[in-house]
Design a protein around this ligand. Structure first.
Ligand code: NDP
Length: 293
């Protein structure tokens, strides 16, 4: 069997198109342009790249973006007062604090300060708590796991009643992905670094989401024939055939697993493009909710 490839670029483009259409409708109805505030603290080069691409995406879809940069030496008070100011600013519908923050700053405090109505990353403890509770709805859910669910749904995967295995239990990917799968009525097993007999557990999965940060870790012999495989991992490995000397691979051994799985996301071009698309969707949802208040 050769798996069908779940084209994350294509599906992300569809979502982005839907978001752009929503923005056009909002403007036509006389509402203000949705706005995202990005907060970047310090000089982490990867964080600068991520924020730049988020702001570029806003521009492409007709969303205003407001960039705020604080130096690496910023105090907690400076960060807190910026977030309080953004919470009160009606032009700002969503607030994104780019993680990781410099070590001396309290990430949990910062994320908790963001108004839950503007928590477009879905990391506020109240939103996470609601995600975990029956008959409660989070206002926003984290973007990468939400993107995984959309990839599954739009590639024809029925989630209800299926056995799902999530590799990883981080706050930003593994745990919310598992909680979202439960909400979709899948039966979910969460694996982590202390899980025993991992290949045997993975073999039970109709749906596998891998988010551990280990290059090509999941082997073809671990995968149930026909399974849907969503590879969140982004790992850089050496590759002498590339000009840069390296390339990106996922947590799944793509060449092996594509021979067994029913459908699989590539890396790059799978989950990656979905994350920003889902963020944009959340900003527009925030703007619509704000306009109803
Ligand atoms: P973390 O490092 O925060 O979490 C990794 C998780 O994997 C932990 O729960 C850890 O277990 C588990 N783990 C580590 N090694 C093993 C192992 N050998 N067997 C089983 N479980 C293991 O990573 P993130 O969740 O932040 O990211 C995971 C991957 O996803 C990374 O490659 C990251 O780059 C990528 N990523 C991609 C995004 C995208 O947009 N495509 C967005 C975010 C992340 P334990 O809890 O026991 O330590």
């Amino acid at each position: 069997m050769t798996a069908s490839i779940i084209d994350g670029k294509l599906i992300a483009e569809q979502v982005r198109g839907e978001v752009a259409e929503e923005v056009t409708k909002l403007i036509a109805a006389g509402m203000p342009r949705p706005g995202l505030a990005t907060v970047l603290v310090g000089d982490n080069p990867a964080s600068h790249v991520y924020v730049k691409s988020k702001r570029k995406s806003c521009e492409e879809l007709g969303i205003e973006s407001y960039g705020f940069e604080l130096p690496a030496t910023a105090t907690q008070e400076q960060l807190d007062s910026l977030l309080v100011k953004l919470n009160a600013d009606p032009k700002v519908n969503g607030i994104l604090v780019q993680l990781p923050l410099p070590g001396h700053l309290d990430e949990e405090r910062a994320l908790s300060l963001i108004s839950i109505d503007k928590d477009v990353d879905g990391f506020h403890p109240v939103n996470v708590g609601r995600l975990a509770m029956k008959r409660r709805d989070p206002i926003f859910v984290p973007c990468t796991p939400a993107g995984c669910i959309v990839l599954l749904q739009r590639s024809g995967c029925k989630l209800e009643g299926k056995r799902a295995v999530v590799l990883g239990r981080s706050n930003i990917v593994g745990m919310p992905a598992a909680l979202l799968l439960v909400r979709e009525n899948a039966t979910v097993t969460i694996c982590h670094s202390k899980t025993q007999n991992l290949p045997d557990v993975v073999r039970e999965a109709d749906i596998l989401i891998a988010a551990i940060g280990r290059a090509r870790f999941v082997k073809g012999s671990w995968v149930k024939p026909g399974a849907y495989v969503i590879d969140v991992g982004i790992n850089q490995i050496e590759d002498a055939t590339k000009k840069s000397g390296h390339r990106l691979v996922g947590d799944v051994d793509f060449d092996e697993v594509k021979e067994v799985a029913g459908a699989i996301t590539p890396v790059p071009g799978g989950v990656g493009p979905m994350t920003i698309a889902m963020l944009m969707r959340n900003v527009v949802r925030a703007a619509k909710a704000a306009s109803k208040k």
